[in-house]
Write a protein that binds this ligand. Structure first.
Ligand code: ADP
Length: 307
């Protein structure tokens, strides 16, 4: 697909360059030949006539032919250079689009793969149950509970995908003055986490920032083992910090945790799709903010967001 597009683009480049080049060559040729003819006519009409013609008509003709050939060769060279250069530039122009398409393909592949696992489990469980003639009510309820788990997984994934689409679509979302402290209080709710909340008013989209805090808090709780020693802080200047004393992130994983579908090997948690942090990053970017992470394996992790 891209080879064809590259060839086409090269042809368009070539067409434009050659049209300009030929247009100017014709102007140069016309200009030069007109000058020669004018000189020849002036010389012929001179009174008294010159003893000898300096500009002979056949010399004029020969010069015109030489100019025509020179211009032809110049155009040929331009054609070759523009062809090679155009092909190279067409490649450069198409590179980002080609990368985007590859990324998109990988994304669709990953999403389908993630959907297939709960779908297969759901299908198998239902088929097995349907074949069982002695299925009683208790077993049927157990099956429904397990089915519901799979459905929940798929619902979570589809919500994640919709959010990614929303925050990465480039569309503007409404922003108002919101206090980070209030958002954190709402998200934390009855969860037992330490808080140190200072008023911090920022221009932001409330739903998006609520989602951001939820993702960071969920991860902190998910990856902090049994002790759940998590603290959330807000500071003036749009600063939000989420710190845990959990499993930490290895140096190898650290550069990748914001990639879509990236999960470290240690992440054996259910319902972990590796999409949370990529959504968090998109939300922060939408607010032209920054998100940083400091982490030590086995010691804990600190996420710092500035909006
Ligand atoms: P997931 O759904 O797997 O939690 P995320 O995008 O939220 O996806 O996180 C990506 C990976 O980053 C996780 O698999 C986990 O390995 C790591 N991670 C994120 N937050 C933390 C944290 N607070 N402590 C340790 N590891 C974390």
């Amino acid at each position: 697909m891209f080879t064809e597009a590259r060839t086409k683009l090269t042809l368009y480049y070539l067409l434009i360059i050659m049209a300009i080049s030929i247009f100017f060559s014709l102007i140069i040729y016309r200009g030069a030949t007109n000058e020669f003819r004018r000189m020849e006519t002036v010389q012929r009409l001179r009174r008294p006539p010159p003893a000898a013609y300096v500009i002979e008509p056949d010399i004029v003709h020969e010069t015109e032919t030489r100019i025509a050939f020179s211009l032809f060769y110049i155009n040929l060279i331009i054609f070759v250079i523009a062809g090679v250069g155009g092909y190279f530039l067409a490649g450069k122009t198409l590179d980002p689009i080609s990368n985007m398409v590859d990324e998109q393909k990988e994304f669709v592949g990953n999403a389908s793969h993630e959907l297939r696992t709960p779908l297969t489990s759901l299908k198998t469980a239902i088929e097995v149950a349907l074949r069982d003639k002695n299925l009683n009510l208790i077993q049927a309820k157990k099956l429904l509970i397990s089915n519901l788990e799979d459905v929940n997984k798929m619902q979570k994934l589809s919500n994640y995908l919709l959010e990614l689409n929303r925050y990465e679509s480039g569309k503007e979302i409404p922003m108002t003055n919101v206090d980070l402290k209030n958002i954190v209080l709402k998200v934390v709710g009855k969860t037992k986490v330490k808080t140190d909340l200072k008023k911090s008013v920022v221009v932001a989209n409330e739903d998006a920032v609520t989602e951001l805090v939820t993702i960071l808090l969920d991860n902190a709780l998910k990856y902090s083992g049994k002790n759940k020693n998590v603290e959330i802080r807000t500071k003036s200047g749009g600063i939000l910090e989420v710190e845990d004393k959990g499993i930490g992130i290895s140096k190898e994983d650290l550069p990748h945790i914001f990639d879509r579908f990236y999960r470290s090997d240690k992440s054996t948690t259910k319902n972990a799709y590796g999409l949370g942090l990529s959504i968090a990053k998109s939300i922060v970017e939408l607010h032209k903010g920054t998100i940083e992470v400091e982490s030590k394996l086995g010691k804990g992790t600190l996420f710092r967001v500035v909006i």
